[in-house]
Design a protein around this ligand. Structure first.
Ligand SMILES: *Cc1c(COP(=O)(O)O)cnc(C)c1O
Length: 308
């Protein structure tokens, strides 16, 4: 461990596993458990801590450059880690039109944490991992030569390896684990560490994620790992979108369990996963007796004047 390892931030690990009394699951003989990764660290919640930990240890204090959209939880977590551990951060943000507008609360938080923000037009952003384009972005950001680059969404082999621990924490205490997927890095690691089945709920439309998860596992472990599948029905219109039904579902879930568990449902990932899980339970997809761990991968984003 070096001085820049987020293990110094006293993460709450293993994260708590909480049984939830929900008659909609109990009726089918199912036990619902919440895997509270949202409680790992207040500023680096959920899978973002797990994905960054080994990368930041490898970066060892060098400046870290990474990429994200205007509301990226990954950018916020990277910026927070930089401030808390004392290394420089650079965020390449998708959309050059954003440079001319006031920062939204998520980007404002990144800037407050000292992240240098660089806005890239969409064509450049799409090509960001091509060596020439990346070199141009690094120059534009004034990034030093030893800058450590973490890909968009933070998913690389070290991130996947970090998420393997999530699967290990669930061994023997759950039969099925459910997780929302953006890049799929979290699922790739979770499935490798777990001995049960894993259900992934993609929040993007498109049907390409399965191949990307396979590629992430290939890069991290040298081949496919674990017993996982995706259910593509619950993206709610796609990335960063939600629907009135989904919002009503999340509000109802908070009304049932929020107070008792100190839980707020993050809408763009966690709500979609829980909604998918309930739908599958009602469809009879799980054998009676199944213990289902729903991974709470994050917390709601900060509002305009949120407390820290
Ligand atoms: C980033 C994020 C995810 C997606 O994780 P991937 O590893 O990219 O699939 C899921 N849930 C929340 C709350 C997130 O912030």
């Amino acid at each position: 461990m070096n001085a820049f390892d987020p293990a110094h931030l006293r993460p709450r690990l293993p994260s708590p596993l909480e049984p939830v009394e929900d008659e909609r699951f109990a009726r089918h003989g199912l036990t619902l458990l919440l895997k509270r990764d949202d409680l790992i660290h207040p500023r680096l919640p959920g899978n973002k801590w797990r994905k960054l930990a080994l990368n930041l240890r490898a970066a060892a204090g060098r400046p870290v450059l990474t990429f994200g959209g205007a509301y990226s939880n990954h950018l916020r977590a990277t910026a927070a880690a930089g401030r808390l551990l004392g290394f420089a951060t650079i965020g390449v943000v998708r959309g050059d039109e954003l440079a001319r507008r006031p920062l939204n609360p998520s980007l404002a938080r990144c800037a407050e944490d000292g992240m240098r923000l660089v806005f890239a037009d969409r064509a450049t952003y799409r090509a960001k991992h091509e060596p020439g384009v990346l070199a141009r972005l690094l120059a534009l950001a004034g990034a030093p030569g030893d800058t450590y680059v973490v890909p968009e969404g933070g998913s690389n082999p070290l991130a996947v390896e970090g998420c393997r621990e999530l699967g290990r924490e669930l061994r023997g205490v759950a039969d099925t684990a459910a997780v929302a997927c953006g890049t799929g890095g979290t699922l790739a690691g979770l499935a490798a560490g777990f001995d049960g089945r894993v259900l992934g709920v993609p929040v993007l439309r498109g049907g390409f994620l399965g191949a990307e998860i396979t590629a992430l596992q290939e890069a991290a472990f040298g081949g496919p790992r674990g017993d996982w599948r995706l259910d593509e029905r619950f993206h709610g219109g796609g990335y960063a979108r939600t629907t009135p039904e989904l919002d009503a579902f999340a509000q109802d879930f908070e009304a049932r369990h929020g107070a008792r568990h100190g839980l707020a449902i993050e809408r763009l990932y966690v709500a979609k996963m829980l909604h998918g899980l309930l739908t599958l339970a009602e469809e009879g997809a799980f054998r009676p007796g199944t213990r289902i761990a729903a991974v709470v991968t994050g917390a709601p984003e900060p509002q305009a004047a949120s407390s820290r």
